[in-house]
Design a protein around this ligand. Structure first.
Ligand code: SAH
Length: 342
């Protein structure tokens, strides 16, 4: 196994410090950064305006592409799923979701997941390890290569719980967001969390304009704990308080994700309960149909039940959207991504 870390896992300031420590002039970091993210070359050798000794030095210290593309599923211009191999042979998935002018990439933040949500395939084989910032940034670069342009939006909704890998996730965001790099605007970056309260609290203090999505899926503790065991640790009332504090501090509106499961969380009284919970503070609600997952014995809600849920929220003045889930034919939809071994 290659023990060198990824050049894509360095913050601009870290790259600048590396250059300085090795007696390089200050402009080198900007040149290297431009090759990495504006020109997106595939090796140090292609960095033509760097002296050869510096290219060699970089190669001695860093690996360039630590991920390997194993498989691409789906047609160009439509939802595509990438299977990527990490240096330790672990496999992760990333999904490209083009829609009109948007080129979105959905990336993984961990190999496996500790959260073990009943309806989600990602955590079914347990947790293996955190991804590094470089491994997250590289997923975005693979998407850029396929799109032929840099992605416009990045969502941390692949395998893993991003707020359970807080430092590396935030680092990857700062790298993606850097104006001389890919320059992906913070508002075009979405972190989705199952409700890790300490992470939400920390994020509130970062001064970042990123979008935050919180996966709710139930409006009372008993059902939520069944669907999402992490609810026992971070129950609904504490979670909603953390969300409300987040909004008060950042002035950013949170999106709540609610996956509708037939006969389980899609009943009229549950819609009513949800409006009562959320009426208190400004938010959006995304209603998502359940994607089929072998291990979960649940069905997606009927279109009628979804409509009823949507109307109930709308009538209560809550900004709700009914989303159709992309990528289910490829098993690339929400909750269908999994960590695998070769
Ligand atoms: N761990 C994070 C991000 C990954 S999942 C989180 O929980 O938010 C992205 C979204 O897909 C979450 O809202 C998750 O609850 C939802 N999801 C998981 N499995 C699903 C399934 N089978 N059908 C529909 N949505 C699912």
């Amino acid at each position: 196994m290659n023990s060198k870390s990824s050049i894509h896992g360095l913050l601009f300031e870290e790259l600048a410090a590396f250059c300085r420590e090795h007696g390089q002039p200050a402009f080198r970091a900007k040149q290297i950064w431009g090759w990495l993210y504006a020109k997106r070359v595939a090796s140090f050798d292609e960095m033509k305006n760097l002296p050869a000794p510096l290219r060699n030095l970089l190669g001695e210290h860093f690996c360039f592409q630590c991920l390997e593309k194993i498989e691409t599923k789906g047609a160009t211009g439509q939802t595509q799923k990438l299977l990527l191999k990490l240096e330790d042979d672990e496999l992760i998935e990333a999904v490209l979701i083009p829609a009109r002018a948007r080129r979105t990439v959905c990336i993984s933040s961990q190999v496996g997941c500790k959260m073990a949500c009943a309806f989600c395939a990602s955590g079914q084989c347990g947790f293996h390890r955190n991804l590094t910032a470089g491994e997250m940034v590289e997923q975005v670069l693979f998407a850029a290569e396929i799109y032929g342009e840099r992605p416009t939006n990045v969502v941390y909704m692949g395998v893993g719980e991003p707020l359970d890998n807080y430092d590396e996730t935030l680092k990857s965001i700062r790298i993606l967001n850097h104006p001389d790099g890919l320059g992906i605007g913070a508002r075009k970056i979405t972190i989705s969390t199952s409700g890790v309260i300490p992470g939400i609290e920390r994020l509130a203090g970062e001064g970042l304009q990123v979008e935050l999505s919180v996966s709710l899926h139930a409006s009372e503790n008993e059902l939520r704990s069944k669907l999402m065991p992490s609810n026992k640790r971070w129950p609904l009332n504490a979670l909603l308080q953390a969300c409300s504090d987040y909004t008060a501090k950042t002035k950013r509106i949170i999106t709540f994700e609610y996956t509708l499961i037939k006969g389980m969380n899609d009943l009229p009284e549950q819609a009513q309960k949800l409006t009562e919970l959320l009426r208190k503070f400004p938010c959006r609600v995304n209603l998502i149909p359940l994607s089929e997952v072998e291990e979960f014995n649940g069905e997606r809600a009927t279109p009628e039940a979804m409509q009823y849920f949507f109307k109930t929220l709308e009538k209560a003045g809550i900004n709700a959207t009914l989303r159709d889930s992309k990528g289910s034919a490829l098993k690339a939809a929400c909750g269908q991504l999994r960590a695998r071994k070769l």
